[in-house]
Write a protein that binds this ligand. Structure first.
Ligand code: KG4
Ligand code: ZN
Length: 343
């Protein structure tokens, strides 16, 4: 069975083809991605209307590219998956509209996929896939959650952020430092030249005793430091502040992940979402988990941020378990605010 997947929830158009074998793990056959980052950079953030229009421009050429890479015809596709939510409503509608129209033309069913489930299951596309159960640290631009995952669809929330997401903390701090959008990777690069102990930044809720997060206070503290540095901080001061900010975010993610692992007694951690690409986070998690005989799994670096492969994969894993709600190829709804686990 072949699953074609579309991702268009934010600023990346992703298309991918995943094969579901009769037995064994689904395999990625081909994928293509277009990032809108350059287009949004001029505005310092994602402009929803521009995002939707660009998805419209990219989605069919990317689909052709995927089919040609995999050497299959559109009519060979058995199921069409798309990100149903959460995300930008107009952007979601593009992927959903294209998926449903194609499915109607081919007389094939569609599957609406939860974007966070896509991130969560993306490590199953790596060369070293995890096994259930595990603790998942989901760290993206919009979400920061720790979950107990027993199988596909069996998610128990252990803790989450009460305000900003970790990616937002990276992006907002980067903006304060004058770095371009999206700030996370830029801040991480600048941090490599800096001293992480140079600035004494707060670790909100570090000692709350619960695996939940708060990042808003950190952003305010960064703002205070930026003001203190004055109009023209030196490159070294900026790098030091970047390194100190990254250290604070990473320490919070690390400590709370360890707490969730301890609470559940599980010995496996899966990290997913854009912030999972952060090298410092990976180093810290790897070192702390190695000491505790805990296995850590990540998606391939290129699959940390939004992509079509994770959407096709999530649909494939649901199909294998008979859990996908297949719909005939007509009519659709998007769910811009959709909580993982909610019906
Ligand atoms: O998962 P994702 O692509 O989109 C959402 O679903 O939100 O995550 C994007 C987030 C952005 O906040 C971006 O700055 C952050 O992931 N990010 C990083 C890195 N790469 C991406 N943050 C820190 N270090 C990185 N290397
Ligand atoms: Zn995402």
């Amino acid at each position: 069975m072949l699953v074609l997947g579309f991702e268009s929830s934010c600023d990346e158009t992703g298309v991918a083809l995943v094969e579901v074998p009769a037995a064994g793990a689904p395999q990625l056959r081909a994928q293509a991605l277009h990032s809108q980052i350059r287009m949004h950079q001029a505005y310092g953030g994602v402009v929803p209307e521009l995002a939707s229009r660009d998805h419209i421009r990219r989605v069919l050429p990317l689909t052709r590219e995927v089919l040609s890479q995999a050497q299959v015809a559109l009519s060979d596709v058995d199921v069409i998956a798309y990100t149903q939510g959460p995300g930008l409503a107009g952007a979601l509608l593009v992927g959903a509209g294209v998926a449903v129209a194609m499915a109607a033309a081919l007389n094939k069913p569609t599957v609406g996929v939860h974007h966070l489930e896509g991130h969560l299951l993306s490590p199953f596309l790596s060369v070293d896939p995890p096994e259930f159960p595990f603790v998942a640290l989901l760290v993206s631009g919009g979400h920061t959650q720790l979950m107990r995952v027993d199988d596909v669809g069996q998610y128990q929330m252990l803790g989450e952020t009460i305000d900003d997401a970790a990616g937002e903390a990276f992006d907002k701090s980067a903006k304060l430092l004058g770095l371009p959008y999206p700030g996370g990777p830029h801040l991480a690069r600048l941090a490599e030249q800096g001293d992480p102990t140079a600035f004494d930044l707060p670790r909100p809720m570090l000692k709350s005793g619960k695996p939940d997060f708060s990042f808003a206070g950190l952003k305010t503290a960064v703002l205070t430091q930026v003001k203190r540095l004055g109009e023209v901080p030196t490159e070294q001061q900026k790098a030091d502040l970047a390194a100190s900010t990254q250290a604070a975010i990473v320490e919070l993610l690390l400590r709370k992940s360890l707490l969730a692992l301890k609470e559940t007694g599980l010995k496996r951690l899966v990290v997913a979402g854009g912030v999972g690409a952060n090298r410092h986070l990976r180093e810290q998690l790897n070192a702390a988990c190695a000491k505790r005989q805990i296995r850590v799994h990540y998606p391939e670096l290129s699959l940390c941020t939004d992509n079509g492969a994770m959407i096709a994969m999530a649909a494939a894993m649901r199909l294998q378990r008979g859990m996908a709600s297949l719909r005939p190829g007509a009519g659709f709804e998007v769910r811009p605010r959709w909580t993982l686990g909610a019906a």
